[in-house]
Design a protein around this ligand. Structure first.
Ligand code: SAH
Length: 256
């Protein structure tokens, strides 16, 4: 049997710092402007790295994890802007499908179709998805995520009763920060729950290398004119701490 080696890719540097703090037998490898942290958490071999932002950066980082470090599966966490109006800041979205909203090779291909793969959406394997849904469900039902926050933090960021939602995530090289952009996206992709800048690119690389993966995002903003105001504080005070807790829980599930 191949020994598990989990790649942990985070889109928030603060979250990476938290996860690296959990590593035993830590070693650092610096390559291509990235620092890869190799070690174990709960006796599971892991490689932790900051994805950097955008599709090219994150695809490059995950390729390196697969080819150079031989990871056998990948967890990807980060933040995202809400597109679906039922989502609130602090909610957690697990991708059951991922699409590149800025991929458009018409008229030679369908809109959003990934060249040579003939697919528009990529779907993480069911087993990974089920484990993620179970893990986040447990973290929400025993309130371990909200307990990480002080009452003033919960109030300031309105994170009172976060929920988990499973569905489509859209990725592209664009930060959504206006009602207009959000409306335009919903008009072309009405099923999208949230938008971010890496997930679908990472999913494509994992699909091509046959590496099971899961993409989990905490909603940091509403992808509208308030996005930038809320974003930085939320990431450093809330989302990065949620991210560490989520990764720890996933690692426990995976070890079962
Ligand atoms: N933290 C940086 C900016 C990060 S870039 C800074 O402070 O300057 C944005 C990151 O947040 C990416 O990982 C992207 O995937 C995610 N993200 C969160 N909200 C988003 C939104 N509204 N639109 C696009 N990406 C978003």
């Amino acid at each position: 049997m191949i020994k598990k080696r989990i790649g942990i890719l985070g889109a928030m540097p603060e979250e990476i710092t938290g996860i690296v703090g959990l590593l035993k037998n830590k070693q650092e490898v610096v390559k291509g402007m990235r620092t890869y942290y190799v070690g174990t958490i709960n006796n599971i071999e892991v490689v932790v790295v900051f994805s950097r932002w955008g599709k090219v950066a994150s695809a490059t980082t995950v390729t390196h994890l697969i080819v150079e470090f031989g990871i056998t599966e990948l967890f990807f966490t980060g933040v995202a802007g809400a597109i679906n109006p039922d989502l609130n800041i602090g909610d957690i979205v697990i991708a059951s499908s991922l699409i590149q909203h800025d991929l458009d090779a018409r008229p030679i291909m369908d809109r959003f179709e990934i060249p040579l793969l003939g697919k528009t959406n990529l779907c993480p394997p069911k087993e990974m998805l089920d484990k993620a849904v179970e893990s986040i469900g447990e973290l929400l039902s025993d309130e371990s995520l909200v307990h990480l926050l002080s009452s003033s933090q919960s109030e300031i960021f309105s994170v009172l009763n976060p929920k988990v939602v499973v569905g489509q995530i859209a990725s592209g090289d664009q930060f959504f920060a206006s009602h207009e952009d959000k409306g335009n996206l919903l008009a072309i992709l009405p099923e999208v729950l949230c938008v971010e800048m890496e997930g679908a690119a990472v999913a494509q690389v994992c699909f091509e290398y046959n590496i099971p993966y899961v993409v989990i995002r905490t909603i940091s903003d509403e992808a509208n004119d308030n996005s930038v105001v809320n974003f930085k504080e939320f990431v450093s005070q809330v989302a990065s701490r949620f991210g560490v807790e989520i990764i720890e829980k996933l690692l426990k599930k995976i070890a079962l």
